[in-house]
Design a binder for this molecule. Structure first.
Ligand code: FES
Length: 119
């Protein structure tokens, strides 16, 4: 078992992005997206303003076209593949990537690795 927190089965991401509260903080703090066979994970915080979370409702992380991560507050759009804001008030800034690994079709949040700080 990896040094981390189990988030979900890989198959659960097939229907769309999911938000998780891996540290039991009372709200989702990590979003995970499966796209073209790759898994991407970011902190659920918009770089535009304060600690604003992205979705207007649970798991609503994508724009209508389904090709960008969207922040519901002011409409910033981020690429799925690298979290870069390509439109909106924080254009040029990025979501913060979160380390995840896939093992036995399970998505794990990596919480510690040698030489790195804990999340
Ligand atoms: S807080 Fe996300 S676009 Fe403003």
């Amino acid at each position: 078992m990896p040094a981390g927190i189990r988030l979900c089965d890989l198959s659960e991401l097939a229907e769309g992005p999911l938000g998780f509260d891996p540290f039991n903080e009372g709200q989702d703090s990590v979003l995970v997206i499966l796209r073209d066979g790759n898994v991407y994970a970011y902190t659920d915080v918009c770089p535009h303003y304060g600690n604003t979370t992205l979705p207007w409702k649970k798991n609503a992380y994508l724009n209508n076209r389904g090709n960008r991560i969207v922040c519901a507050a002011h409409g910033a759009l981020f690429t799925i593949e690298n979290g870069l804001c390509v439109s909106g008030p924080c254009k040029g800034e990025s979501l913060t990537p979160v380390p995840v690994i896939i093992e036995n079709n399970t998505v794990w949040l990596v919480t510690s690795r040698a030489g790195e700080n804990e999340l």
